[in-house]
Design a protein around this ligand. Sequence first.
Ligand code: EPZ
Length: 422
Amino acid sequence: MAYYVINGGKRLEGSVTISGAKNAALAIIPACILAGESCRLENLPHIEDVHLLEQILRMMGAEVDFTADGGMRINPKTINNRHVTFDMVSRLRASYYLLGAMLGRYGYAEVALPGGCSIGQRPIDQHIKGFRALGADVQIQRGIITAKADRLVGAEIYLDVVSVGATINIMLAAVGAEGRTIISNAAKEPHVVDAANFLNMMGAQVKGAGTDVIRINGGRKLHGCTYPIIPDQIEAGTYMIAAAATRGDVVINNIIPTHLEAISAKLMESGAHVIDGDDGREFFMRVSCENRPRAVNIKTFPYPGFPTDLQQPMMAYLARAKGNSFIVENIFENRFNHVGELQRMGANIIINDRTAMVEGVDRLFGAPLYASDLRAGAALIVAALSAEGRSEIHNIEYIDRGYEYFEQKLRAIGADITRVEE
Ligand code: EPZ
């Protein structure tokens, strides 16, 4: 086990480059199964979740290797095991994308039912609703989901709830369904668009991704391709918040500004300066903050609303704001696990159901802290960086799942952070 030691109070200054998007990678790697040939993915982040998915594909028999310039090559033709066990799924929820990919490719899939997690129960009823609409017989017995169809046929599917996972998973299966599928009330996140673009690069016909109606003309033979995934807007937002929280001045490179509009707007509303531009090669965002931020209210919503994945780091920032901030978590029912840890640093936060009232304090103080999930861990890092004194952050295996080279990137912009192996 390892933990971070952070001595807070240092302004973050300098520039940081954003890695590939975790939530795009976790969808696009399984999608390679749909091609009859090898695919090559570029700009994948070196994070635990990607390594886990690589291991799962290997356990299924796929050939996975890395090219000299860091690309991942996946050859799905050698897959000989279509049973994704609970051991695999329990370590990586997103392995449920293998359901849609295998159903779309083989007409058969066996994947263990993912449990809930610390942020909520996270059912997959909408995924299953979509597979059944496409003609699959989906059964759940002894914790295993078995989906099979002699022939998948395009259908009109309305999602009862805007779901990133269901939108992508149904898209993967629909690519293998004869005729046209329409997914209404679809999620519009950047990684949904990236997954659709990847499918089209393989020769699929997916239109409307990024809107709430996605149309797929399925049943086409797909071929291999080379594809660079998009930069991670949640990683970028985390650094933007950390820069403002430490009253620093940081340039964030390799971003897509439209993906960051919600977080930029809220940081500017709080009094931080956010400038975006391009150096002729890539876009960048510059975030600085000289004074104590003003309180702002946050409501998380599906994209393009304020992302739930930045709710926790944003709360750490607002814990030191002038005034009271009201944060409403509309997506997950239990995404305030970081609050107790922030309170131990001196934060003044009251929770009432899905609303947290954050009464800003001028100072936070370092303490021994325990991460409960990936973005809670990011929130504790933001708080520790802006607090006075020494903090230890434990359970950082959660953080390793979603942030590439986190301590190295933070140290390069002035953070006093050390990883200690216990
Ligand atoms: C994806 O999770 C992300 N994970 C999450 O990021 C992110 O928080 C979430 O989207 C929302 O943006 C990946 O992409 C791997 P949902 P997902 O289906 O797809 C309910 C991170 O930190 N729902 O959009 O599981 C669900 O309970 C992670 O990177 C159903 O009711 O999220 C939730 O309340 C955390 N039935 C809401 O919809 C379903 O069948 C949104 O969930 C599916 C979802």
